[in-house]
Design a protein around this ligand. Structure first.
Ligand code: ASP
Ligand code: CP
Length: 321
């Protein structure tokens, strides 16, 4: 594989290779000198057409820790404001020599277009496209779940390197969430049982064909879950009323102190960030001992190091390439 466009592109072995490599990368980050020489002489371009804090910074940190040269492009302040197209932007970057292009774009499918149109010759990594996919987020979520849940033995669940038999709830604005789609695909590959919990208005048409279950009832779904992943209500993508009021949404689908008490002792609470505190997640839930939200961000650096390493340095036999 030359690009990482969708979590669905990763078969079971490749997904485990990325997760194991991310763990090795994390171990190197405990050393006093964090920089590895692996990608010396390679250029990684971060092409961000949409806002980002975590993803943009962690791709930059990941590339720099592997000694790559990094060029950061963000739509604000660029010639996009003068009407330049994605194609011409890509051709410009290619002329400067990009070995990998990390792209976040508001249009679903933009990374795919970049990878297949021949505008850039390097690897393309999808850092979030519209409401479609965010594969490195799903990978860092899986690293986090493995860390907390795989050492744990659940009756009936085999010990192993994947997430077989683990029960994951993904809760909230599934309709607008590329995180949900990528997580469903990757978690299915890793053997987890996923349930999407949302009001009917925030479940996409065609969700019946996704490899997961669905529910409208959060309270009934919480007991027995191993991980509860809350999704941000993506107001910037909503052009209609999807629920009666913020208060009503929180009452039906928010994770708060009362709902925390319905969780099993080992259950972890996740959120990709950024959070709407007080809407989909209360401060009690975001900051509780079982919350992995800050840890997820940290795992983002090692996962992105692993992805860049496997795409740019791995051989056909060895890696994701
Ligand atoms: N940061 C994630 C994304 O870009 C999730 C979110 O924005 O809600 O998809
Ligand atoms: N989780 C995530 O992708 O965060 P950013 O939008 O801040 O990159």
């Amino acid at each position: 594989m030359r690009h990482l466009l969708s979590a669905g592109d990763l078969d079971h072995d490749t997904a485990l290779l990325v997760l194991d490599t991310a763990e090795q990368m994390a171990a190197t980050q405990q050393r006093e000198i964090k920089k590895l020489p692996t990608l010396r002489g390679r250029t990684v371009v971060n092409l961000f057409f949409e806002d980002s804090t975590r993803t943009r910074i962690s791709f930059e940190a990941a590339a720099k820790r592997l000694s790559a040269d990094v060029i950061n492009f963000s739509a604000k302040g660029s010639s996009l404001a003068k009407g330049e197209s994605l194609k011409d932007t890509a051709l410009t970057l290619q002329a400067m020599g990009a070995d990998a292009v990390v792209i976040r774009h508001q249009a679903s499918g933009a990374p795919h277009r970049l990878a297949t149109a021949g505008w850039v010759h390097g690897c393309v990594v999808n850092a979030g496209d519209g409401t479609h996919e965010h594969p490195t987020q799903a990978l860092l979520d899986a690293v986090t779940m493995r860390h907390h849940l795989v050492g744990m033995r659940r009756p009936g669940a085999a010990a192993g390197r994947d997430l077989a038999g683990r029960r994951v709830l993904i809760v909230g604005d599934v309709l607008h969430s590329r995180v949900a789609r990528s997580n469903v695909l990757l978690l299915h590959t890793l053997g987890a049982d996923v349930t999407l919990v949302a009001p009917p208005t925030l479940l996409p048409v065609g969700v019946d064909s996704w490899p997961c279950a669905t529910s409208y009832d959060l309270d009934a779904s919480l007991p027995g879950a191993d991980a509860v992943m809350m999704l941000r209500v993506q107001a910037e993508r909503m052009h209609a009323a999807y629920f009666p009021s913020a208060r009503e949404y929180s009452r039906r689908y928010g994770l708060d102190a009362r709902r925390l008490r319905l969780l099993d002792e080992h259950t972890i609470v996740m959120h990709p960030g950024p959070m709407n505190r007080g809407l989909e997640i209360s401060a009690d839930a975001a900051d509780c001992a079982r919350s992995t939200i800050v840890e997820q961000v940290g795992n983002g650096v090692s996962v992105r190091m692993a992805v860049l390493y496997l795409l740019l340095a791995g051989s056909a036999d060895e890696g994701i390439r």
